[in-house]
Design a protein around this ligand. Structure first.
Ligand code: SF4
Length: 320
């Protein structure tokens, strides 16, 4: 296996609260290879978006990185100063947010916004930047005559497509998609994910795809990682996680989401209970209060990631 494009080791992020620090990402280690799509799933509050924001060091206060290592294209991102980070953000790693309105300037035409981004990093003429912006829009399914539209004149799906065009404008080698289609209807969502897949194959960038929708993630990703209560529960190839997950939490998630292979009449069941409050998470395995296979030793000490196969790890004492 070649050197990963992105290598994260033991990343820890705390939220500083009046009651003391609360760990929101707890010793998470993941690799992402060139041209690969890695899905990162988990319920709300599992730490998946915080993990992604920590990679780019765009964490909102009061979150702080407490430890670990983030290496991207061989460079240690956690030791870069602001100037060094500016050269990485958007140019080499870009991000598409859940709401494109967060990334788009409401008083600038979308074509001008993409062209400005190109010219800020690439000394090309205004005409060439505008032409590249039009090509990018067409590649994400928007006619070029929309170059002169403002964000509020576009549908939600079109705005997300503009956000994707903007994220691809500087040809980054990693694009982080943070729930990019959550607010859209399923048909538009499927179209957009297919377009991203096609562009990813053409251009060869890697994707970190964050979602709470395990079915969508399994369809879209090469490998998947599941987070629970700030920790990594399981990581492995999408085909393996979809057919033979080893962590009871992953198994519960799969039972909760509809599958493309469901026979008519299959009843889905949700996981009883709710994730723990991180400020008072149980000792040992954090999933134990909801786990149908919990054993006394699960609460005595926390499990640690067990290697099941070279590319498949799970954090469960059943595998000790
Ligand atoms: Fe369930 Fe125990 Fe595994 Fe946790 S360690 S997921 S409680 S079996």
């Amino acid at each position: 296996m070649t050197e990963p494009l992105l290598s994260v080791r033991d990343l820890c992020v705390d939220f500083i609260t009046p009651g003391g620090p609360v760990r929101a990402v707890d010793r998470v280690s993941l690799d992402l290879h060139k041209g690969e799509i890695l899905g990162l799933a988990g319920e709300s509050g599992s730490g998946k978006s915080t993990f992604a924001q920590a990679l780019l060091r765009i964490l909102p206060a009061p979150a702080v990185i407490r430890g670990g290592e983030v290496r991207f294209e061989g460079q240690d991102l956690l030791s870069l100063d602001e100037g060094g980070l500016r050269k990485v953000r958007w140019t080499r790693i870009s991000m598409v947010f859940q709401s494109a309105m967060d990334a788009l300037n409401p008083v600038l035409k979308v074509g001008a916004q993409i062209a400005d981004t190109i010219q800020a990093h690439d000394p090309v003429s205004a005409d060439e930047a505008r032409e590249r912006a039009a090509t990018l829009l067409e590649q994400v399914g928007i006619p070029r005559d929309r170059l002169d539209s403002f964000a509020h004149q576009l549908s939600g799906g079109m705005r997300q497509r503009v956000g994707i065009a903007l994220a691809l404008a500087l040809e980054p080698s990693l694009v982080i998609l943070d729930e990019p289609t959550t607010a859209l209807d399923v048909i538009v969502e499927r179209e957009i994910l297919q377009e991203i897949r096609q562009l990813q194959r053409q251009r060869g960038f890697a994707v970190l795809f964050i979602t709470h929708d395990l079915t969508r993630m399994l369809q879209f990703s090469d490998r998947v990682a599941i987070m629970y209560a700030a920790r990594l529960a399981e990581v492995g190839p999408a085909a393996v996680i979809g057919s033979a997950p080893r962590h009871p939490y992953t198994q519960g998630l799969l039972r909760a989401f509809p599958s493309l292979h469901d026979e008519p009449g299959v009843v889905r069941s949700s996981i009883p209970g709710a994730p723990p409050r991180l400020a008072s998470a149980p000792s040992g395995c954090r999933f134990a209060p909801r786990c149908p296979q919990a054993m006394p030793r699960c609460t005595e000490s926390g499990p640690s990631l067990v290697t099941i196969a070279p590319d498949h790890r799970a954090d469960c004492r059943l595998l000790d």
